[in-house]
Write a protein that binds this ligand. Structure first.
Ligand code: SAM
Length: 296
């Protein structure tokens, strides 16, 4: 990406392109709509909505009469995205809204953002509700460092591969999940990440909002008694310091002995010292390394 600088509040001159506004909408509780979001949706020339039916309900509630409502979702983004960009270049201000929460988080809004930036268009956030961060802040798990993972892949093999890549990550992990997959996902998490503390945040901001906090097996037992309903954020404790250190100290595990020694030699030290370091990493004697390399 080339270096670009955007002054979001610069006054636009006649004939210049419009802007793309990313407007947050409530994730269940209409009181979470911000004053600024209402004003933006009232003032913009086009509202690009992931689900126009859902957005119409929201607009009706806030008595907003859209100038133009445009559909932009996963299945039409290839055609719809460039068309929206064309409107902006012609001078229209476009507000994008997703089904709920922040646009561009686990929805195609992020593709539109990239297209806009590539065209030098200002992309302006209008912040508000977000499910992952709402779940995190009330989870009781560390908020110091965290990774948003969003939806996991469908296949168990792919889920395990993805979770394994976070096995040693120390920050809290944030996932989105549907009610009919939440149990299966927790079982796979237990298998891939081991026993961790988690929080299941359900129906955030809505009447039946619920937080279930405990270990993965405890939460699975809970779900046996209370069948999953509504939308979920799964917040998972990060790896312990020991797990992270173990991972850092075994970076060489995929290497052959020769590759391991060569790695150190490439850093500029002698073969003898490289063998000494390799022996120390592997917890064996320098003689063992020497003999094994001779045998090859
Ligand atoms: N853009 C949204 C945001 O900012 O949070 C996320 C959209 S993503 C397509 C939808 C997923 O977010 C749901 O499957 C669920 O995992 C999570 N989610 C959305 N609303 C939620 C709520 N009220 N309570 C719990 N999870 C929610």
């Amino acid at each position: 990406m080339n270096l670009t600088c955007q002054n979001s509040f610069a006054v636009r001159k006649e004939g210049e392109p419009g802007s793309l506004y990313l407007v947050a909408t409530p994730i269940g509780n209409l009181e979470d709509m911000t004053y600024r979001a209402v004003r933006m949706l009232q003032e913009c020339d086009i509202i690009a909505a992931e689900d126009t039916r859902q957005t119409r309900k929201l607009l009706t509630h806030f008595e907003i009469q859209p100038k133009q409502l445009f559909s932009y979702h996963e299945h039409n983004k290839g055609a719809s995205g460039p068309e929206i960009i064309r409107y902006i270049i012609e001078g229209k201000n476009v507000a994008i809204v997703s089904d709920a929460g922040l646009p561009a988080i686990s929805d195609p809004g992020s593709d539109l953002v990239r297209l806009a930036i590539a065209e030098g268009i200002s992309v302006i956030p209008i912040p508000g509700a977000n499910a992952a961060l709402s779940g995190l802040i009330a989870s009781g798990l560390s908020t110091e460092r965290f990774t948003f993972v969003g939806f996991l892949p469908r296949d168990k093999k792919d889920i395990i591969a993805q979770l394994s890549s976070f096995q040693a990550a120390q920050g809290t992990l944030l996932f989105y999940e549907s009610p009919h997959r939440v149990k299966k996902t927790l079982e796979i998490m237990q298998e891939a990440l081991g026993d961790r503390q988690i929080a299941l945040a359900r129906e955030l901001t809505k009447r039946y909002e619920e937080f279930v906090r405990g270990s993965i097996p405890q939460c699975l037992d809970w779900l046996e008694e209370h069948p999953p309903l509504g939308e979920y954020v799964i917040v998972v404790e990060g790896a312990s310091k020991e797990e992270e250190l173990r991972e850092q100290n075994s970076w060489w595990q995929e290497l052959t002995l020769e590759e391991h020694v060569k790695h150190y030699e490439d850093s500029g030290i002698s073969r003898k010292d490289a063998m000494k370091k390799t022996a120390s990493d592997r917890g064996v004697s320098k003689r063992d390394i020497y003999n094994s390399l001779l045998d090859k």
